[in-house]
Design a protein around this ligand. Structure first.
Ligand SMILES: Nc1nc2c(c(=O)[nH]1)N[C@H]1C(S)=C(S)[C@@H](COP(=O)(O)OP(=O)(O)OC[C@H]3O[C@@H](n4cnc5c(N)ncnc54)[C@H](O)[C@@H]3O)O[C@H]1N2
Ligand code: MOO
Length: 430
């Protein structure tokens, strides 16, 4: 199968590159959250709710004491003072899950502990500090309490029928606690996208090896695996692929059966061993090859058919597998993940499309040269209250991204950024 756009690239290099915004628009249009799956509450923290959660119960289901003390009729205490306390007859006790079974009448009190059901007839809890136990059956109120004081009302926390959490919510620890309180055992969470990582290049050794001769150690896959895991993916074991058209093709076919996103490192460009773009064009739609971006210009994006067709028309069409052909240079890999692949991983997992980095607006310490029509991903340091650019070159030197506090993006519309102007820095650390 021949693809005109692909042949153009293969023969003459990257003559036309897609602009960053066009690529983002394409990815935005072609991706959406994966369907939900049941997840036990014990594993739900950090997951994204696929469905709204509505409560079937009131919490609390009974009026309960908010203080240790005495359940009383508030009116009885109206005139009570420390010097003229009001004596009440103690008729029983209410403990958590062991309520007082009778009813409190005027002039009576029931000893109560925090969390215990407030007995019928009582409408306030007098704190122990404001009462004096005078005998086994007599307590004196030394201060007045108003009706409702220190009582947690029925449904004060959660009302039956109310929305507890919206769909799309990334569950925080307190969310999981609240879900437990309404009797939730399982939530419906957006399925975590499965990410396959393929590494091409016969020069690369797996992590753990020591660089030797002309061989280098694969730094891309550990970085990509960590990025994808951060973004909520379930990362499949890394696969090393020979620089051979049939091997690359077979690896892509297999990965497309196992994952929703494929990150393929290296072999993206127009060299004689760059087989991934051709294989992608043959297996699916090579929608992008070459982006007006530095680094990561050779980035390719393809949509491969997902395994399994939908069973009937009522089901949403199966989303394609998104394949990212990531340039081999490690900083390019990082940049392409940050700007494109990460958004797709997060989107499929029901998370935000936005970059997951905190931003700061600070003045630039130096001019940053760029080119109109191209976005530049500039590693920067924040020194004092200034942004110091570390340059866009040296995409093979990962140490520049390690030294950086974050990055600045030079928009395509600008030929350079000027010293002193305020720029947005995306900070790598949270
Ligand atoms: N005619 C053109 N040639 C190239 C262009 C271009 O626009 N026109 N762009 C250059 C740029 S920029 C990059 S980036 C590379 C991207 O090429 P590939 O994706 O095919 O990457 P490789 O050639 O396989 O590797 C590039 C570089 O990165 C090292 N590498 C590869 N894999 C890993 C890994 N897993 N861990 C660490 N380092 C890795 C590899 O040894 C190379 O040094 O194309 C240019 N050519
Ligand atoms: O992606 Mo290349 O720098 O742009 O190394």
């Amino acid at each position: 199968m021949s693809d005109t756009r692909f042949d153009d690239v293969r023969m003459r290099g990257f003559l036309r590159r897609a602009d960053v915004d066009t690529v983002l628009t394409l990815l935005d249009a072609r991706t959406s959250a994966l369907p939900g799956e049941p997840v036990p509450l014990s594993e739900a923290a950090g997951r994204v709710l696929a469905l709204v959660v509505t409560s079937n119960v009131d919490v609390p289901a009974f009026a309960r004491a908010a203080m240790d003390g005495y359940a009383v009729c508030a009116a009885d205490t109206a005139d009570a003072t420390p010097t003229a306390p009001r004596a009440l007859t103690l008729v029983g006790e209410s403990l958590p899950a062991r309520p007082f079974s009778g009813e409190v009448k005027a002039g009576q009190a029931v000893r109560i502990t925090t969390g215990a059901p407030v007995p019928l007839g009582a409408d306030a809890v007098l704190m122990a500090e404001l009462a004096e136990l005078e005998a086994a059956d007599r307590v004196a109120a030394r201060a007045p309490v108003v009706s409702g004081k220190h009582i947690v009302r029925v449904a004060e926390d959660v009302a039956r029928g109310s929305v507890v959490l919206p769909s799309g919510r990334r569950l925080r620890p307190q969310d999981v606690g609240l879900l437990a309180s309404i009797g939730t055992a399982t939530v419906t969470a957006v399925r975590r996208p499965r990410v396959a990582i393929l590494v091409t290049g016969h020069e690369v050794l797996p992590p753990g090896a020591v660089p030797e001769g002309h061989k280098i150690v694969d730094s891309n896959s550990p970085m990509l695996a960590a990025l994808a895991a951060r973004d909520g993916a379930s990362v499949l074991p890394v696969r090393y692929v020979r620089d051979d058209p049939a091997a690359v093709r077979e690896a892509l076919v297999t990965a497309a059966q196992q994952a929703e996103v494929i990150l393929c490192s290296g072999g993206t460009s127009v060299g004689t061993e760059d087989h991934a773009p051709r294989a992608a064009a043959e297996l699916g739609e090579l929608a992008v090859h070459g982006v007006a971006l530095r680094p990561a210009g050779p980035l390719g994006i393809a949509f491969l058919p997902a395994p399994g067709a939908r069973r009937d028309a009522s089901e949403p069409p199966t989303l394609p597998v998104v394949l990212f052909l990531l340039p081999g240079n490690p900083v390019s890999c990082l940049c392409a993940y940050d700007l494109f692949a990460g958004r797709v991983v997060r989107r499929l997992g029901g998370r935000s499309w936005e970059l997951p980095y905190r931003t700061r607006a600070l003045p630039l310490a130096r001019d940053v040269p760029s080119t109109v029509g191209r976005v530049d991903y500039v590693r920067v340091k924040v020194e004092g209250n200034e942004v110091v650019p570390l340059g866009t070159g040296g995409a093979s030197n990962l140490s520049t991204a390690v030294a950086a506090d974050g990055f600045v993006l030079v928009p395509a519309a600008l030929g350079h950024l000027t010293q002193g102007e305020n720029v947005t820095v995306w900070l790598y650390d949270a």
